[in-house]
Design a protein around this ligand. Structure first.
Ligand code: ACO
Length: 335
């Protein structure tokens, strides 16, 4: 009997049309293009258009592109795994709204919130469901509208300059070809650091109502980040989880054709590249254009890498992420 594996059949992404440059941000806060570029590598990001884009509509657009490019009919999709930390509603999750937009009534959906590692976690879930034979075609999505929960004043400038909006998607399908498949996925988390990067409110475990005048005036609905702690943990965990995926499949860093890291910050990616002793052309970066799009960053980057011809059949490609939670994860793929 043939073993069933999972492979990525096609990719797609959607970014909203409004480009917000570093210079544009100086209208709201005391910052500069030089500060932002030097600290993060970011030149511009996209912000959604109210009334046009929603988290789910962006995910739908990315999914339609991925389905078209895979030449897979929408009706073949038998599960949606959707990663976001910025859903359209508190509940139900945006996976339900995307399922409705795609006309896939009855098809199962899984909403996951694993922050910047969300897409790799979602891919891992898809990989397992396909390998067990339960499903054949799974849409894996990461989508974020973060521009609405950033504090774009001086108080929030250390965080606000980093994040942007966008969506990416992958069609993952069953295959019996051992040469072109997801080789393995590796998932980790450490809740001891939950408050190093988080949005506290609105939360359920509050006195009285979950959303009050007091909550609104407290400002804890903005992102709180200990930038130094994130940086220190990220550089260690990225390298660890990439090595873990390579070792699990008896590969070495030099075997990699391309590393597609979560686009957290150019300095983090550069540090990891040097630790792994990888040449510049083997690490993909597009944070310059989109900022950090959290769960959407890897599928957007992967799609652009593919479009630019940086991934060819048979290439060894590693996806790696680190984010709030803390979470970190990797996927090793034989393309
Ligand atoms: N523009 C200008 N000045 C700023 C800005 C800004 N946007 N933000 C902060 N500053 C000021 C601060 O007020 C501070 O001024 P002070 O010295 O007078 O007090 C000074 O710049 C230095 O502030 P730090 O917070 O120490 O800045 P740092 O050099 O650490 O850079 C950064 C901040 C970029 C967030 C850095 O900590 C970092 O790279 N952290 C990693 C975290 C990260 O990249 N997160 C990405 C999202 S999380 C993820 O995806 C995993």
């Amino acid at each position: 009997m043939n073993t069933t594996y999972a492979s990525i059949k096609g990719l797609g992404f959607y970014v909203p049309e409004t480009i917000v440059t570093n210079q544009d941000l100086t209208q709201h806060m005391d910052t500069s293009d030089a500060w932002i570029q030097e600290r993060t590598g970011i030149k511009q990001r996209r912000y959604f258009t109210y009334g046009k884009d929603t988290n789910a509509s962006m995910a739908t657009a990315a999914s339609r592109m991925a389905l078209d490019r895979s030449q897979v009919d929408t009706k073949e999709v038998d599960l949606i795994v959707y990663a976001t930390i910025t859903p359209d509603y508190y509940f139900p999750g945006s996976a339900f709204l995307m399922q409705r937009e795609l006309g896939l009534e009855g098809v199962g959906v899984i909403d996951i919130r694993n922050q910047c590692s969300g897409f790799v976690y979602a891919l891992s879930i898809a990989d397992q469901f396909i390998k067990t034979g339960m499903y054949k075609t799974i849409l894996v999505v990461g989508s974020e509208i973060q521009s609405t929960f950033l504090n774009k004043s001086n108080e929030g400038r250390g965080v606000a300059v980093i994040f942007g909006d966008g969506a990416g998607a992958a069609v993952v399908q069953a295959t019996t070809d051992p040469e072109h498949r997801i080789l393995s996925t590796h998932l980790h988390a450490d809740g001891r650091y939950a408050e190093e990067l988080y949005v506290r409110d609105p939360g359920s475990s509050r006195e009285g109502r979950w959303l009050t005048e007091e909550t609104l005036s407290g400002g804890n609905y903005n992102v709180t980040m200990n930038g130094n702690a994130v940086f220190k943990h990220a550089v260690v965990r990225f390298a660890e989880v990439i090595q873990e995926s390579l070792a699990a499949n008896a590969y070495k860093p030099e075997d990699l054709a391309l590393l597609v890291p979560h686009q957290a910050n150019i300095r983090i990616s550069e540090y990891v590249r040097q630790q792994m002793n990888l040449p510049e052309e083997k690490v993909f970066n597009n944070i310059q254009k989109y900022g950090n799009t959290t769960a959407a960053s890897i599928p957007i980057a992967l799609t652009e890498a593919y479009e630019e011809g940086r991934i060819k059949p048979g290439d060894l490609v590693c996806l790696a992420a680190f984010g709030s939670g803390f979470t970190w994860a990797s996927a090793l793929i034989k393309w």
